[in-house]
Design a binder for this molecule. Structure first.
Ligand code: ARG
Length: 348
């Protein structure tokens, strides 16, 4: 235990949760006597929310106070952890009305090997990669643990759960838990024929949540998607699903010269399709212009609360038409405060 970090965290908690000086003194005294800091569920709840507030790469931070916390620190059996993850998926998905949610597992004991709870597999084949190239290595790991996918472009990977350094266990997510959105365009029917889809809820499970010097290696969390994450990156990037050439063909764009801006036009149509599809299916999603406006409100709220705004400009600007948002035109200080979410080395 690092008493200084515990104290720092509890001082922030006392300030923002309007606790008294006496409360702080007593709490610190307790912790010193116990010689360990085990956050209460209230402290944990505050911690995960502030960690979101401190996430410099995130444009969606206006909603940090709404993060729903599931305290799963007492769940230590692989099977029970699997059940808790399914419950997270169900609660967060909420039939499309997505609820920002985090499930916190026991510090130092639980590790989820997946990058996101729901993610598509990627397979290296004779004729190139099938599925999501981002998942190729992890897909191989799953196969080496005995899992087998159907080898479509959109196989949902299994959950790989490890407790106390034991052999990881593999669990298949039942289909009914995975809400997906087929991608179609509001005006051009042909887009649907590409057979594209994406899952509704991005639940990051590979990051470490840190508060008061305590590390939680397994603390999967989600918000809802910003359209560009899917339409301008996952489905568009050259080293992901690489769909711009196929979209350009549907829209009969001139791909023989760069200067026709066929990539740019295809990008816009694909992003229109993503937003349209999610909205029509009643699945929460935000376009990048609205997200930027919401981020502006977050900036103002932070200012009003007398807190220094931190941010990572390279991540905050949307990958589509960045200069149309105010974010593009101002600098951000990329200082990492804790609590926060950090990268950690993959366990495989
Ligand atoms: N960019 C990641 C993806 O496309 C998801 C990251 C988290 N995004 C979010 N909207 N909370 O899968």
């Amino acid at each position: 235990m690092n008493l200084q970090e515990v104290q720092q965290f509890l001082e922030l908690y006392q300030l923002e949760q309007n606790e008294s000086e006496v409360w702080l003194e007593n709490r610190l005294q307790q912790i010193k006597i116990a010689e360990e800091y085990i956050p209460t569920t209230e402290e944990l709840t505050f911690g995960v929310r502030v960690a979101w507030r401190n996430s410099n790469k995130c444009i969606g931070r206006l909603f940090w106070q709404t993060l729903h916390v599931i305290d799963a620190r007492d769940i230590l059996k692989e099977e029970a952890i699997f059940t808790a993850l399914l419950e997270h998926i169900r609660y967060a998905t909420n039939d499309g009305k997505i609820r920002p949610t985090i499930t916190v597992f026991a510090s130092d004991r639980v590790r989820i090997w997946n990058h996101q709870l729901i993610r598509y597999a990627g397979y290296e084949t004779q004729s190139g990669i099938v599925g999501d190239p981002h998942s190729v290595e992890f897909t191989r790991v799953c196969e080496s643990l005995g899992w087998q996918g159907e080898r479509t472009a959109f196989d949902v990977l299994p959950l790989v759960i490890q407790v106390d350094g034991r052999e990881p266990q593999v669990f298949t997510i039942p289909d009914e838990y995975v809400l997906e959105v087929p991608i179609r365009h509001p005006e051009f029917q042909e887009v649907e024929k590409l057979g594209l889809k994406w899952y509704a809820v991005p639940i990051i499970s590979s990051m470490r949540f840190q508060m008061a010097g305590v590390d939680f290696q397994a603390a999967p969390f989600n918000g809802w998607y910003m359209g560009t994450e899917i339409g301008a990156r996952n489905l568009a990037d050259y080293d992901r699903y690489n769909m711009l050439p196929a979209v350009a063909e549907i829209f009969q764009l001139d791909t023989t010269k760069q200067s026709s801006l066929w990539r740019d036009r295809a990008l816009v149509e694909l992003n229109i399709a993503v937003l349209h599809s999610f909205k029509e299916d009643g699945v929460s999603i935000v376009d990048h212009h609205t997200a930027a406006q919401q981020f502006k409100l977050f900036e103002e709220a932070e200012e009003k609360a007398n807190r220094d705004l931190t941010g990572n400009w390279t991540w905050l600007i949307p990958p589509l038409s960045p200069a149309t948002t105010h974010i593009f035109h101002k600098p951000f200080v990329n200082v990492y405060n804790t609590p926060n979410y950090f990268y950690q080395k993959p366990p495989y």
